[in-house]
Design a protein around this ligand. Structure first.
Ligand code: AMP
Length: 215
């Protein structure tokens, strides 16, 4: 079963690909951003505290994130045996604590999927999403700030996971079906996803003009 961390700057497609991977594998999708937005929508004191960070595009303090995320990860692993962590960890202290937590509970992540796209493409996708969904943090100023926060706080995780030998890097600056095929190939190559009986291998399907995305 996959126990995967999706690591990507805002707009690179971690939500989209997390949801798809969840459907393919049966692992639980745990989105830190969604959990935080639910808390904000509840209008609780905690939600107001969360919004004071998320509205500006700043990271919510590590302690708060961990207290919200840890129970969800434990429940997911118990119910499905796996997880797709979408948006967590985002800082080195979060990553180190998640690694300790994973080791203690035999829930260590087996892959980190790092999605990339050129910065202007990220900005343009987020502005499109703003027109569609109206998220409070998808304004140009906040988008630029979130990208700067990613570069400062989250980018160091790339080398950390590369050093642990579990980083898979994928460009999302191409059709979504190609990204999915590449993702499946990389996970299958590591024995983390088993081809379904009768399912064409994505690399061969691609050559034949098919891809898992349009099957
Ligand atoms: P996302 O939906 O992943 O883009 O997250 C939306 C916002 O939630 C981010 O800009 C942060 O303010 C906050 N957030 C989400 N995940 C984390 C995290 N792991 N650590 C701190 N803040 C987070």
């Amino acid at each position: 079963m996959v126990r995967v961390i999706m690591l990507s700057p805002p707009g690179a497609g971690k939500g989209t690909h997390s949801r798809w991977l969840t459907l393919q594998t049966g692992a639980a999708h745990i989105s830190s951003g969604d959990l935080l937005r639910e808390e904000v929508a509840r209008g609780s004191d905690l939600g107001r505290q969360v919004a004071s960070y998320t509205d500006r595009g700043d990271l919510v303090p590590d302690e708060l994130i961990f207290s919200i995320l840890a129970p969800a990860v434990v429940a997911a692993a118990r119910d499905t045996g796996g997880y797709v962590l979408d948006g967590f960890p985002r800082t080195m202290p979060q990553a180190l604590r998640a690694a300790q937590f994973g080791a203690d509970l035999a829930l260590t992540s087996n892959a980190v999927i790092y999605l990339t796209a050129p910065e202007e493409e990220l900005v343009s996708r987020l502005l499109d999403r703003a027109r569609r969904d109206g998220r409070a943090d998808d304004t140009l100023g906040v988008i630029r700030h979130r990208l700067a926060v990613f570069a400062k706080e989250t980018a160091p995780l790339i080398d950390y996971y590369r050093g642990r030998g579990i980083l898979l890097e994928l460009s999302t600056d191409r059709p979504e079906a190609d990204v999915r095929a590449d993702l499946v190939n990389q996970l299958q190559a590591r024995g983390l996803m088993v081809p379904r009986a009768g399912e064409p291998r994505p690399d061969l399907a691609e050559q034949a003009g098919m891809s898992p995305g349009n099957m």
